[in-house]
Design a protein. Structure first.
Length: 256
């Protein structure tokens, strides 16, 4: 029941809006403007913010303390009232226990029974934001390890062999700067001593016959060294990407 609804009342716009809000698959609320009073809210939104529905109804959003950045309320209202279409925002709200919730909201202004209201639809983005932050942290760690490892490493398109990235160890061991190497194929740089070594490496990945292969690599100055090649693949924008680690085992083999 909304804050302005009474038993036996004639079914009107507010009652129909109430049904819509309660059946919505996402959090929704109806806010009276300009008072900011919550007229209706569904259980999804009340659960997200930790407020029982009965405590929310009739309260203002300011009194509930849901705005992490109070100035955002005025900015959102200003943009919403100036736009006839729903306006979307990403922001943070504060729950009853003080926890910060990342949300995306869609909000639009409407008039019901000569009163202006704001209709809010709220989607919880907290888990998505956590996943995004974890992914960024993982990418940062990989980039750091990629550059600091003593092994030469390359990232290339699996289908073409075109280099996307090389690390500092690759530059030192093979003599090609990243500027010279990126955009070229490993075949064009004449890295493979045996023409079929790249194919052998790809076959080892596809067939999972062994964790890697031994192959000789040719540096820019023509010197040849023996490497243990390990490869992994991942998909990026629909393309298969190849990450190759090249460990120099030349001296190890000479001493065996």
């Amino acid at each position: 029941m909304t804050a302005e609804q009474s038993p036996g009342s004639v079914r009107g716009p507010l009652e129909m809006m109430h049904e819509w809000i309660q059946l919505a698959p996402q959090g929704m609320a109806l806010i009276q403007f300009p008072q900011g009073k919550v007229v209706d809210v569904n259980p999804i939104l009340s659960d997200l913010l930790g407020w029982p529905v009965t405590q929310v109804l009739g309260m203002t959003t300011r009194a509930l303390g849901i705005w992490v950045e109070p100035r955002q309320r005025d900015e959102i209202i200003e943009r919403t009232r100036a736009n006839p279409q729903p306006v979307s925002f990403e922001l943070q709200l504060r729950s009853q226990n003080g926890a910060i919730v990342d949300v995306q909201i869609w909000i639009r202004s409407t008039r019901l029974q000569d009163q202006e209201y704001l209709i809010l639809t709220v989607a919880d983005q907290t888990e998505a934001k956590r996943t995004e932050a974890a992914l960024r942290a993982s990418e940062k760690k990989f980039a750091l390890a990629f550059q600091l490892t003593p092994d030469a490493m390359t990232i290339s398109e699996m289908a073409t062999g075109k280099l996307i990235e090389v690390n500092a160890s690759f530059e030192r061991q093979f003599g090609w700067t990243s500027g010279e190497a990126i955009g070229q194929t490993t075949s064009a740089l004449n890295i493979w001593f045996e023409a079929n070594d790249r194919q052998r490496l790809l076959d080892s990945i596809r067939n999972k016959t062994q964790p890697g292969i031994e192959a000789r690599g040719r540096a820019k100055d023509g010197s040849i060294r023996l490497y243990q090649l390990l490869a992994e693949t991942f998909t990026l924008d629909g393309a298969q990407i190849l990450v190759v680690t090249m460990r120099d085992i030349h001296q190890q083999r000479e001493h065996e």
